[in-house]
Design a protein around this ligand. Structure first.
Ligand SMILES: NC(=[NH2+])NCCC[C@H](N)C(=O)O
Ligand SMILES: [Mn+2]
Ligand SMILES: [Mn+2]
Length: 306
């Protein structure tokens, strides 16, 4: 596969309101991301990191731009606008955007950029639903809101920067969900998003679940965005994350899932953009979560055991 992958670092931590996740891009690069991508047969070009705004003071609640509670929303907006532009420009140049977070709020930017010129489907590998709005969020942390933002739910509907122009709820599938907030559960029930939980994986195996998720994300769309939150994996395997939840996928299940993606991609060229988020080196053990992130990304791009 001859693909040029442009690496866009977004060392954002405002969405998690927790330091450390801003070092994710460095840690993933340090884990030999570029070499691993090379082994997968893609040519990586590294754009380096976007600059992060300095919050006036680190006062999460200063001067809220919307109703509800969304900490550091101004800073998140500033970064996501630039991520979106960079992703859109990369696609316009015929290259493949790989966004390295940072916390999951950066996905608001990658989804908006990727859905600018194409009908987009998405697969969300995550323990969490990330469907809170500023009105429903129990924490106020924007990394728990990127899908609501991209779909223009709640207060995000009144912003022009957050909603992804050509992304529909019916083209989004979760894989591996196991932690849903009460109000998110209501939103999810009303919505047309497709949910594959950890129980689905237990019962049917991860490869078959991913194939179904791919059907959802490819049906009637021009391409698929993959969002990989490292807390999707079991915390024993991926300890370096800020919001761990027990009972996640194993090391092999994770690889099998991304290999299933890449098999389909090899046949039908469906992948359009990827983000890899929530690696927090301060909480990690020997950079193993970042290493996993780099390995799984290579699997998504077609790296095989043999
Ligand atoms: N991308 C993540 N790690 N999100 C965690 C979200 C946790 C919780 N649901 C919240 O909204 O605060
Ligand atoms: Mn998560
Ligand atoms: Mn997430």
């Amino acid at each position: 596969m001859d693909r040029t992958v442009r690496i866009i670092g977004a060392p954002m931590d405002y969405g998690a309101n927790r330091r450390g996740v801003d070092m994710g891009p460095s840690a993933i690069r340090y884990a030999d991301l570029a070499d691993r991508l090379g082994e997968a047969g893609v040519e990586p070009i590294d754009d380096g990191d976007l600059s992060m705004p300095r919050a006036e003071e680190r006062d999460p609640d200063a001067d809220q731009p919307t109703r509800g509670n969304a900490k550091f929303l101004r800073e998140v907006e500033d970064v996501c606008r630039r991520v979106s532009d960079r992703v859109a420009a990369t696609l316009a140049d015929g290259e493949f955007p790989l966004v390295l977070g940072g916390d999951h709020s950066v996905a608001i930017g990658s989804l908006a950029g990727s859905a600018r010129e194409a009908d987009l489907g998405a697969i969300w590998f995550d323990a969490h639903a990330d469907l809170n709005t500023p009105e429903t969020s129990p924490s106020g942390n924007v990394h728990g809101m990127p899908l609501a933002a991209a779909l223009g739910y709640g207060a995000f509907g009144e912003t022009e920067w957050a909603p992804a122009p050509r992304l529909r709820a019916s083209s989004i599938a979760y894989v591996g969900l196991r932690s849903i907030d009460e109000r998110e559960r209501e939103l999810l029930r009303e919505s047309e998003l497709t949910v594959f939980t950890m129980s689905d994986i237990d019962q049917r195996g991860v490869s078959s679940v991913v194939e179904d998720a791919l059907s959802v994300a490819t049906d009637g769309t021009d391409g698929v965005h993959v969002s990989l939150d490292l807390d999707w994996l079991d915390p024993k395997t991926a300890p370096g994350v800020g919001t761990p939840v027990r009972g996640g996928v194993t090391y092999r299940e994770a690889h099998a899932a991304l290999e299933a993606l890449s098999r389909r991609d090899r046949a039908d060229n469906i992948l359009r953009s990827i983000d890899v988020v929530e690696v927090n080196p301060i909480l990690d053990e020997g950079n193993e979560t970042a290493t996993l992130a780099a390995e799984l990304t290579a699997s998504a791009f077609g790296k095989r055991i043999f």
